[in-house]
Ligand binder design. Structure first.
Ligand code: ASP
Length: 326
């Protein structure tokens, strides 16, 4: 006959076995319903476009739909705050980027989240070189003329961006500090709408991620002065690098990546990471990302750990550039 003690022990170990089984089982079944991917900018901008291309494939892998929710405002920080506070059950994710998860840190002293402390990195989706763009009838013909013109007309020119702390804002802050100019900033809810204003000739120039610009440059509706990376981009072979065009100091490349709220289970993060990697290896997804000038992350850069390191390095890189002079 079993003693009370051994009976209790048996019950305990049965309970332990059950709960050990129960925890991974929920992660194993994940996802059982629709996942929401928050995009912190307006539809039609680079973050939205990249998210839609990659999540459409991830949804097939996961067997559940992924709904994009565009939550705009405050340079992407409104959406990112919401994502940080969402349930950490794998059903609310965010496509963050160099702005929301790095540049916003020095620019918002009261930021309601910390990119490193409040998120679990999931996967890097795409690198996005920055271009210096202008409305079609902006007078300068090339980058040298652009530099001279902007300096000579510093009081008159304006620059569109997607809100304080967005990529377009942070990268043009870098450009403007190199040129020592302070143009009037014209904020939009994303560079999708900012691009519409540029095409319509309502704003003068913009620093934008390449995916938004390739179709417009190819259609001749805007001007591209240079791409701020060491090499030309294969999607825009005629656009010179900033080094070729005479402004080597301006180097800027952004990135977009998926994050989950802190505490999301490692099993769920692994499932999502694997689905993202599978998407990045899909021929069709690759083709679409490459046509738009994105840089597909190399395998070593696709892990959650690599994304954590990127976020850390990017905060360290952008903080001295953007910290308001005290
Ligand atoms: N990535 C933003 C967008 O999709 C814009 C930005 O950060 O500049 O509109």
């Amino acid at each position: 006959m079993m003693s009370i003690r051994s009976l209790a022990g048996a019950c305990l170990s049965a309970f332990a076995a059950l709960s050990a089984f129960a925890a991974p089982a929920s992660a194993q079944n994940y996802p059982t319903r629709t996942i929401t991917m928050i995009v912190p900018f307006a539809a039609g901008g680079p973050t939205d476009v990249i998210s839609r291309i990659v999540t459409a494939h991830m949804a097939q892998t996961l067997g559940q739909s992924i709904v994009i929710e565009n939550v705009v405002g405050a340079g992407g920080t409104t959406a990112t705050t919401r994502a940080a506070r969402a349930a950490n059950d794998g059903y609310t994710l965010i496509t963050g980027h160099m702005g929301t998860h790095a540049a916003s840190v020095p620019l918002y002293p009261k930021l309601a989240y910390h990119p490193e402390k409040d998120f679990e990195p999931v996967a890097l989706l795409a690198g996005t070189p920055i271009l210096i763009l202008a409305r079609k009838d902006f007078p300068p013909k090339d980058l040298k003329e652009f530099v001279a013109y902007v300096k000579a007309n510093a009081e008159k020119v304006n620059a569109a961006h997607a809100g304080i702390g967005s990529v377009s804002h942070a990268s043009c802050e870098l450009l403007n500090s190199i040129l020592d100019v302070k143009p009037v900033g014209v904020p939009f809810n994303g560079t999708g709408p900012a691009m519409n204003a540029l095409v319509a000739g309502q704003v003068d120039y913009m620093c934008d991620q390449i995916v938004n610009a390739v179709p417009q440059i190819n259609a001749g509706t805007i001007k591209a002065y240079a791409v701020a990376t060491p090499e030309r981009n294969p999607s825009l072979p005629n656009v010179p690098t900033t080094t070729e065009a005479g402004l080597p100091a301006f180097q800027a490349q952004a990135w977009n990546a998926v994050f989950a709220p802190k505490g999301t289970s490692p099993a769920i993060i692994a499932t999502l990471n694997a689905a993202a990697i599978k998407a990045l290896d899909d021929e069709n997804v690759r083709k679409r990302l490459l046509e738009l000038g994105s840089v597909i992350p190399a395998p070593a850069n696709r892990t959650p750990e690599a994304l954590a390191t990127l976020v850390k390095n990017e905060i360290a890189k952008w903080t001295p550039v953007l910290k308001p002079a005290s």
